[in-house]
Write a protein that binds this ligand. Structure first.
Ligand code: GLN
Ligand code: ZN
Length: 757
């Protein structure tokens, strides 16, 4: 396809946002120095501006025609918009400036921060706006100042990114009538648009990702009235959507009075919708064609055929990443340890800019681009040879039968054979404090300052301390403490073939917190036992039962960058096979209980509810494949924190875990009620205290929590445990908390033993 032959236009490129933590995590470091009192506000702002400037430079140099600007944030862009719009809850009224900003983000002097939750189906977290009757005055000065700076560098290419009012509303908690809130907010947006118009901005991007959610139709009147009023300003508006397709809302979204609409062509069925309904002749289409959520280079042939198909519907278009590039790391060039054939097919933000430009050049008829695309094809070929299909894994998957996904006996019969424990058995979720000393051990091992044997001996000493403490505290089912694990996904991934790790592949999770997701690049297989050594050490030190501790396949998938050449379900099954072998090895080593953690099962749900069943069906199957090997005598636990279950309870039951431990103390027993209302028959680990707070919970408080459990569940179904792992706590907090917890269990045990007599 040659663009110029078909059209008179020169095909343009655009971006929708960029990573903002800094190529060397400069912003993270600056934030932490500021919070720690080691630097001042001026230095922090200066760092922010420097990172922002470099981001603009990278996009300018790459030759991007319309560079999205204004997405840079000190903590979270949703918080930035809340503050600009005057959505500042009463409890922060005594603060101003940066102090207020960080109080809202992180809490201060006992004043609770805004709630934090996941940004759509990404691993980024935003702060939930709280809209109340009384709004503070709007203040767009910081934004306008940014736009001004961007114009100085980028001129006409600077395109402000604005978080759309309906999406903001959809993601907020509010105490007022929705239409009223929307009207109030839109009026403020109008002021901003007027100011931007005065600055001769050629166009603004208004991001409305909520348009892809299942309930978007419900907000139709709000979208219509809002964009009707915005159109009066006479500033061209480009309405941006991403993360999924528009679904049923497609026809009316096309009618909104805007100059352009962006669609994500890397997820969902936008292409089908476009082909079916067409695209309005008076609008420009923003083609989100470069995957902003994954780290792979483009596959030239499939991308060109999609572009070809789109251009048959409209040629009034531009090409761009599917969303903000904040979901990928900065630059593959920083990586020094990845195998060359793999590195060659990776693409982080900077490479994605190049790819975008390359595609545009190709379509604009530049002969050089042809060669570059051919070169990418050859890199994929080389990669294929580097990472061939693992035939053994493939055959094993093909030969699976229904039986492999089932325990050999139903729950009722398994239960009789499983360990006999006191009423209200007590346990923990797995990890114990990861102290600086423990983390230091790994650094020393990496630097070669200590040997593997010395490292293991030091870990074993921690395990011994942990076992001793748990015995003293009187816990019934013990854990080894997970001291050898950096992170619950990374630890397993590092021992499995098919996973790769970056040195600098950081992506922002929230605020200054960044994660470095492992990359699944090939077929996954286990080469040796992964957790058996530590389990054996722990079990040898006590007569009580020690739980084997695994991270489940779905969580492994959801917290990694995955392959795009085979389905996620298949990648999950490969991991499940590896974990299945681990379960068998743990049993052989004497484990009577094995816990398979799936904290990310719920968060992997697709944005559109109509696709939930499809996801849950393979996700639950993957879990069952891991657990299916266990003998009926072996008790399988699973742990899921901060998940709601009400709408997926049938699938939770199908996991067929003997014991399910849940979060409870933060949600006010919401999760517990969801489970009990559904008549859940298996055992439930009642999260009796919040591990994310340094406060030591009282025995009395936990007795109350347990009594709520008793009021709703048969006593025999109740376990007693904290909400989640104790990794981020200090021993000083962990010890008294667990002692109080055991005390609470004893009080209940006493009451019920008496009652039963
Ligand atoms: N076993 C893990 C731990 O205790 C579970 C962590 C999690 O649920 N996020 O740390
Ligand atoms: Zn948890």
């Amino acid at each position: 396809m040659n663009w110029q032959k078909n059209t008179q236009n020169h095909l343009e490129t655009a971006t929708l946002g960029y990573p903002r933590i800094g190529k060397n995590r400069e912003l993270k470091k600056a934030l932490e120095a500021f919070w720690g009192g080691k630097s001042d506000a001026e230095t922090l702002i200066q760092t922010k501006h420097e990172v922002e400037f470099k981001n603009w430079e990278a996009q300018r140099k790459a030759g991007i025609d319309r560079i999205g600007i204004g997405d840079m944030s000190l903590y979270d862009q949703v918080l930035d918009w809340s503050i600009r719009l005057g959505i500042i809850p009463e409890r922060f009224a005594s603060f101003t400036g940066l102090e207020r900003y960080f109080a809202m983000a992180r809490g201060k002097d006992g004043i609770a921060a805004l709630e934090m939750t996941k940004w759509f189906d990404t691993n980024y977290h935003y702060l939930v706006p709280e809209i109340t009757e009384i709004l503070q005055p709007a203040d767009f000065n910081d934004f306008l100042e940014t736009v001004h700076r961007a114009q100085t560098l980028l001129g006409e290419r600077a395109i402000p990114i604005i978080l759309g009012p309906v999406t903001l509303l959809r993601l907020s908690r509010f105490e007022m009538n929705q239409e009223e809130a929307c009207k109030k907010l839109s009026d403020r947006y109008l002021l901003l648009l007027q100011e931007l118009k005065k600055m001769s901005i050629p166009e603004v991007q208004i991001h409305e990702p909520a348009l892809v959610l299942g309930d978007a139709a419900y907000f139709k009147p709000l979208y219509q009235s809002t964009y009707q009023s915005f159109s009066q300003i006479g500033l061209p508006i480009h309405l941006v959507t991403y993360f999924d397709d528009l679904g049923d809302t497609y026809p009316w979204v096309m009618e909104l009075p805007v100059a352009g609409i962006s669609l994500d062509f890397t997820r969902g069925r936008n292409l089908e919708l476009l082909q079916h309904h067409g695209f309005p002749a008076d609008k420009e289409l923003g083609v989100g064609i470069i995957d902003a959520r994954n780290i792979w280079k483009i596959r030239p042939d499939s991308i060109l055929s999609t572009l070809e198909a789109i251009s048959r519907v409209t040629t009034n278009l531009r090409i761009q990443p599917s969303a903000s590039l904040q979901f990928v790391p900065y630059d593959t060039q920083l990586e020094t340890k990845l195998p060359e054939p793999l590195l060659q097919v990776l693409s982080f933000a900077e490479q994605k800019l190049e790819e975008l430009k390359l595609l545009a050049n190709y379509l604009n008829g530049n002969p050089e681009a042809d060669k570059s695309l051919e070169f990418i094809r050859s890199q994929w070929q080389t990669f294929l040879q580097f990472s061939p299909v693992n035939q053994a894994v493939k055959e094993r998957l093909q030969n699976l039968t229904v039986k492999d996904f089932e325990r050999s006996l139903p729950y009722e019969q398994r239960q009789e054979r499983q360990p006999v424990l006191p009423l209200f058995p007590t346990t923990t979720i797995g990890s114990f404090p990861q102290t600086a000393e423990v983390r230091q051990l790994r650094v020393k091992l990496k630097k070669g300052e200590i040997s593997q044997a010395e490292y293991e001996a030091a870990i074993d000493a921690e395990i011994a301390k942990c076992i001793k403490f748990q015995e003293e505290a009187g816990l019934d089912v013990l854990v080894h403490g997970e001291f050898e694990r950096t992170d619950m996904v990374e630890f397993f991934a590092q021992q499995l073939s098919g996973f790769a790790f970056t040195e600098h592949g950081w992506v922002q999770s929230y605020g200054s917190r960044c994660v470095r997701p492992p990359i699944i690049y090939g077929d996954i297989a286990r080469t040796q036992p992964m957790t058996v050594r530590e389990f054996k050490v722990a079990q040898s030190l006590t007569n009580k039962i020690v739980k084997g501790m695994l991270t489940g396949p779905v969580t492994m998938i959801n917290w990694s960058f995955t392959r795009t050449d085979i389905p996620r379900s298949e990648q999950a099954m490969q991991i499940a096979l590896a974990l299945r072998d681990e379960v068998a090895d743990l049993e052989a080593a004497g484990a009577k209980i094995v816990q398979i953690d799936e904290p990310a099962l719920r968060e992997g749900l697709p944005l559109k509810p109509e696709r939930w069943d499809e996801y849950l069906s393979w996700a639950v199957d993957a879990f069952r494949l891991v657990a299916g090997i266990a003998k009926p005598e072996t008790q399988i636990h699973t742990h899921m924190c901060y998940s709601e279950f009400g709408d997926i309870i049938k699938h939770i039951e199908r996991l067929d875990a003997d014991v399910l431990s849940i979060e409870n103390s933060r949600s006010n027993n919401e999760t517990l009620f969801e489970i009990t209302n559904a008549g859940y028959k298996r055992q439930v680990g009642n999260g009796v205290y919040d591990v994310h707070s340094p406060a030591v919970p009282s025995t009395e408080q936990m007795v109350q929590q347990l009594k709520t459990g008793v009021a709703n569940l048969p006593v025999k179904q109740i376990w007693v445990n904290p909400d989640c792992g104790l990794k981020t706590r200090r021993w000083e907090e962990g010890i008294p908390s667990l002692k109080n917890m055991v005390e609470a269990a004893k009080i209940l045990r006493h009451e019920f033993n008496i009652n039963e007599k």
